[in-house]
Design a protein around this ligand. Sequence first.
Ligand SMILES: [Ca+2]
Ligand SMILES: [Ca+2]
Length: 305
Amino acid sequence: ILVCDQSTNSFIAAWDKKTGKKLWQTTRVEAKSGHSTPILWTPRGGKQQVIVPGSFLLSAYDPDNGERIWWVGGLSFEMKSTPVVKGDIVYINGFGSPENNPGSKIPVMTTDEAFSKFDANKDGKLSSDESPTPHAKSYLSFMDLDGDKMYSRADWDYYKAAMESDNGMLAIQMGGKGDMTSKSVKWKYHRGIPQLPSPLIFENVLYMVNDGGGIVTMLNPDTGELLKQGRLPGGSNTFYASPVAGDGKVYVASEKGQVFVLPPGPNLEPLMVNDLADGIYATPALMDGRIYLRTLNTLYCFGKA
Ligand SMILES: [Ca+2]
Ligand SMILES: [Ca+2]
């Protein structure tokens, strides 16, 4: 099963792994650019489902026929991280742009208003010069879904929806039928949200490490309560690797090559900081008591002999 979220004609499709024959394909109308890897979930006493984060919606599909079973709204316009699961709750973070942070929203006029007032040459498109605001002009390249360097009405619809979406971590009760938005969102959290790193749940703490600002956030996964938030020692840091846990500890690898080893529990005081002095963008892998770490130039394996 492949999810192909892109500017136009996004879809999810399945192929027979023995023959390569396409089994089904389902259009994902609301989904634009997206990068999240989907996960599998099996409800108690039920059939396995494919859980797909995408623009604005988290959707669950039937892997046998591609039918969308249930969905929940409130996601960012461009999703990048992979969800984690505890019990029947899925945790997913999305960050679209700084304007989606609390208190930073910018108003975007309706599509009808933009096109009736600003389409000076009446060609049904808004060119860069016809952009109603400097912000709209600066965002044209991100919102130009059909690639003609102008806003179509669909591009503007997306721009408006994107600017109205929120950066956030959502805890979502999986299961149900149809639009579950009003029933299934257990809690949301909106500050220090990572763009790329996926979350981690370890010893009942939900960890987020924030790429740009280097903020580490620890939440109670059951309630969304903030347990701890701050920066790790050693000055400014950025994070692209996702946090991982093993041997009773949490490992957080920064872009500049510091690997922080944290004790369990909401604690920002590392047990150890290992400086590999080289860029780290890849999430560490753990297997058989060893940790594999890839820097820009070296693949390390650490463990007892
Ligand atoms: Ca025009
Ligand atoms: Ca366009």
